[in-house]
Design a binder for this molecule. Structure first.
Ligand SMILES: *Cc1c(COP(=O)(O)O)cnc(C)c1O
Length: 376
C-alpha cells in the first residue's frame, strides 16, 4: 500500500539548522537577542506591526493580553464558542465571566450581528478569531467596540499574511485590534514547533507589555538606561522564546512568500476539483467573504450531517488519507457547560458536528488526496 498521507507535516525551509548553529556561536541563547530582533523587524517591515514581541506560544500571547487588559473577576469577555481552548483560557485564568457568541451561518467566524445584545456594563473585551485566516467582519466589530468603549483583541493564530479588505485597501489581520496574537505551532503556516507573537496596536499597553513579558520586572527599561537597577514592579511571567527558536522561526519567515504561494496553489486546486463532488453530496466548501483575503491556512468541508462526516473521515482513513475534525464548541465543553447561560449556539454546534479538515501543507500529495475523495 502507498504511504499514508498524514494530516499535517511541518515544512523545513533548509535554513533552520544554519541559523540555529549561528545562534549557538553567539554569546547568548536566551531570549530577545539577534534572531528575535530579526523576526521582530520582519513583522514591522512586512505588516507594520510596530510593537511586537515574540512569545513561546499563541496561548502565552493570549494570556499576556488578559493581563494587559487588566481583566478581573466579574469582568465579562465575549468570545466565539467555536475556537481553540486557549482563546477562552487566557481570560478564564483571570477570573472573567466568559460569554460565548455564535458563528456566522456561512463561516465559523463570530457573528457580528449578535454581538450588541451580549454587551453589558461589565463587558471589558471582545476577542475575535480569524478562523482559517479569514477576516471577521471588522467594520461593524470596530464600531461596536468604539460605541461601548470595549477592548478588541484579535486571536490571529491562524491569520498570518491575511488581510481585511476595506474599499480596496489591504489591512493586515493582527493590526486592527488593541492587541493581537499569532501562533507558530507546527500546524500553522509558519512554525517554530511551538511559538507565538503578541502585537500591540494600542500604545497605552506598550510599556507594560515589556514588563509582563519579562517576569514582572522593569529589565527592559534598565537595558535601555531608563532606570539604574531593575526589580519586581508588576505581575508577569516568562513569555520569551529562546534564540534557538527565534533562529528557527527566522528561517521560516524568510520563506514565507514561497510557503504561501504553494499553500494557495493547493487550496485552489482542492476548491476547483471538489466543486462538483461537494455539490452532489450537499457539502459546503470554504467561503471567503469579499472583505477578506485567503491565506490558505486551512481547507475544510462542512458536511450535511455528523454521520456523513464520520463516513468520509473513516473511508479516507482506509484509503490512507488522514482528515480530522476540530473544536467541540466551548459552550458545551465539559469544563464550561454548567456555566453557560443556556443560549443555543446553533452555528457553532453545526461546525462542531459537521466540519472536517483536509491535509494541507507544503509537501502534501494533493493529487492523491483529491483522487481518494472523488472515489467516495
Ligand atoms: C493554534 C491556535 C491557538 C493556540 O496556539 P499555540 O501557539 O499552540 O498556543 C489559539 N487560537 C487559535 C484560534 C488557534 O488556531
Amino acid at each position: 500500500m502507498e504511504n499514508t498521507i498524514p494530516f499535517n507535516k511541518f515544512h523545513q525551509t533548509g535554513k533552520e539548522l544554519l541559523y540555529i548553529s549561528q545562534s549557538l556561536e553567539m554569546s547568548s541563547i536566551s531570549g530577545n537577542g539577534f534572531f528575535s530582533k530579526k523576526c521582530q523587524r520582519f513583522f514591522q517591515e512586512k505588516y507594520a506591526f510596530n510593537h511586537n514581541l515574540l512569545t513561546t506560544s499563541c496561548t502565552d500571547a493570549l494570556e499576556m493580553t488578559g493581563i494587559l487588559a487588566d481583566i478581573k473577576e466579574g469582568d465579562e469577555v465575549i468570545i466565539p464558542s467555536f475556537t481553540f481552548v486557549s482563546t477562552a483560557n487566557a481570560f478564564a485564568l483571570r477570573g472573567a465571566k466568559i460569554v460565548f457568541a455564535d458563528s456566522k451561518q456561512t463561516h465559523p467566524c463570530i457573528d457580528e450581528t449578535l454581538l450588541e445584545e451580549l454587551i453589558t456594563e461589565r463587558t471589558k473585551a471582545i476577542i475575535i478569531v480569524h478562523y482559517a485566516g479569514v477576516s471577521c467582519n471588522m467594520q461593524s466589530i470596530i464600531s461596536i467596540c468604539k460605541k461601548y468603549n470595549i477592548l478588541l483583541i484579535e486571536d490571529a493564530a491562524q491569520a498570518i499574511d491575511s488581510y481585511y479588505l476595506n474599499n480596496g485597501k489591504k489591512i493586515p489581520l493582527g493590526s486592527i485590534g488593541d492587541m493581537s496574537t499569532f501562533s507558530f505551532h507546527e500546524t500553522k503556516n509558519i512554525s517554530s514547533g511551538e511559538g507565538g507573537l503578541l502585537v500591540i496596536n494600542n500604545n497605552s499597553f506598550k510599556e507594560r507589555s515589556y514588563i509582563i513579558w519579562e517576569k514582572g520586572t522593569n529589565r527592559h527599561a534598565f537595558f535601555k538606561g531608563e532606570v539604574d537597577k531593575y526589580g519586581w514592579v508588576d505581575i508577569g511571567s516568562s513569555f520569551l522564546p529562546s534564540e534557538i527558536l527565534a533562529a528557527f522561526l527566522y528561517a521560516q519567515l524568510e520563506s514565507l512568500d514561497q510557503i504561501q504561494k504553494r499553500r494557495l496553489e493547493i487550496w485552489h486546486y482542492y476548491f476547483e476539483e471538489l466543486k462538483k463532488w461537494a455539490e452532489n453530496k450537499n457539502i459546503e466548501l470554504p467561503f471567503i467573504p469579499d472583505y477578506s483575503t485567503n491565506n490558505a491556512h486551512m481547507f475544510y468541508l462542512v458536511c450535511e450531517t455528523k454521520n456523513q462526516r464520520e463516513d468520509i473521515i473513516g473511508n479516507l482513513k482506509k484509503a490512507g488519507v488522514n482528515a480530522v475534525f476540530h473544536y467541540q464548541s466551548l459552550h458545551s465543553s465539559s469544563f464550561f457547560k454548567t456555566q453557560h447561560d443556556g443560549r443555543q449556539l446553533i452555528c457553532a454546534d453545526k461546525f462542531s458536528d459537521n466540519l472536517l479538515r483536509l491535509p494541507l501543507y507544503v509537501d502534501v500529495n494533493e493529487n492523491r488526496v483529491i483522487d481518494e475523495i472523488l472515489k467516495l
